[in-house]
Design a protein around this ligand. Structure first.
Ligand code: DGY
Length: 320
């Protein structure tokens, strides 16, 4: 039987590529360069399916130019804001993602951001690296303790709940905003705020964990940030465009925000250069899912989606 041909836009973990080779006829991107839209279309010419990542932008134009034979786009990510789902649906192209498998890794990075931002990790690490550490000082490098603080979670899906589960043992009180209140078993004692504004007023620290959608994009704007307690800490492991970054930069400069911890940015990797010089910021380059375990699991999840699709079944993680 002829194996379906898959254009794989980026290098993937070794075991994942090996498995792809066993099950499909993959076309790999040996150099791991970022394919331009033209290169992506060229790669798709002989492909029954595409295995893409968040660095590929599959907008309506690109999707309309895909060849007839391309019937599935499997993204190696839980987020699918880089794919125009309506355009894919209109062309009858299935889209799948990899939910669930990166929950723990992302929640771990959220805790790292929270601690890093609250405890001045950037400044502390810099003192060591630049050999500028003077004497220990009773008043030096003071940060904010997590114990007893209210952590607001914007988006209490799987990842939001995994962040809550890790923050509770730090002695944090959990508050959240979601479109819908969760059943008590999933809330696990967290306080629900039907309005985002109410969450912002209440929390000392805010973790952004919602998906980027037309409703959430730009939702943390200047007006909403102004509702936060002075000196509040904001972290984001979801998507950069949920924040109005200019407003965040202003809020940090004028002290409305005490510190920020970011793993995601609106324009990756060409982030707003002002982020680089900010005090009170702990910044990472989109490392949320970057563990060996999780990247393997994401790859095997994408493969399971492709396998199901090409054997005539509904893929387990089809995006609608
Ligand atoms: C995803 O899968 O959407 C993540 O952002 C990748 O880390």
């Amino acid at each position: 039987m002829v194996k379906p041909s898959i254009f794989v836009t980026r290098r993937l973990p070794r075991h994942v590529e090996h498995q792809l080779g066993a099950l499909f006829d993959p076309q790999f991107n040996e150099d791991d360069n970022l394919p331009s839209p033209e290169a992506l279309l060229r790669g798709a010419q002989n492909a029954d399916g595409l295995l893409v990542t968040i660095t590929d932008r599959l907008d309506a134009n690109l999707i309309s130019a895909l060849p007839e034979r391309t019937r599935i786009i499997a993204t190696f990510s839980v987020g699918y804001d880089h794919i125009d789902i309506a355009a894919a649906n209109a062309r009858g192209i299935a889209v799948t993602n990899t939910p669930g498998v990166l929950t723990d890794a992302t929640a771990e990075i959220a805790m790292l951001l929270l601690l890093g931002a609250a405890r001045k990790a950037t400044d502390g690490a810099r003192l060591i690296r630049e050999n500028r550490w003077g004497a220990w000082a009773p008043t030096g490098m003071l940060g904010t303790q997590l114990t007893g603080k209210k952590l607001g979670i914007y988006g209490m899906g799987e990842i939001g709940r995994a962040v809550a589960a890790r923050a509770r043992p730090f002695g944090m009180e959990i508050h959240y905003h979601n479109r819908n209140q969760l059943p008590a078993a999933l809330e696990a004692g967290a306080h629900y705020h039907a309005e985002l504004e109410s969450l912002l007023r209440h929390c000392d620290m805010l973790s952004v964990n919602c998906a980027s959608t037309p409703q959430t994009r730009g939702s943390l704007d200047a007006d909403r940030l102004a509702l936060m307690k002075p000196g509040a800490i904001l972290i984001n492991t979801a998507r950069g465009d949920i924040l109005d970054e200019a407003a965040v930069l202003d809020a940090l400069s004028n002290g409305r925000l005490g510190a920020i911890g970011l793993d995601v940015y609106a324009n990756e990797p060409d982030i707003d250069p002002r982020f680089r010089t900010l005090p009170n910021s702990f910044l990472l380059p989109h490392l949320g899912s970057a563990t060996y375990e999780t990247r393997d699991a994401m790859g095997f999840c994408a493969i399971a989606n492709l396998q199901a699709f090409f054997s005539g079944k509904t893929p387990p993680n089809r995006v609608r």
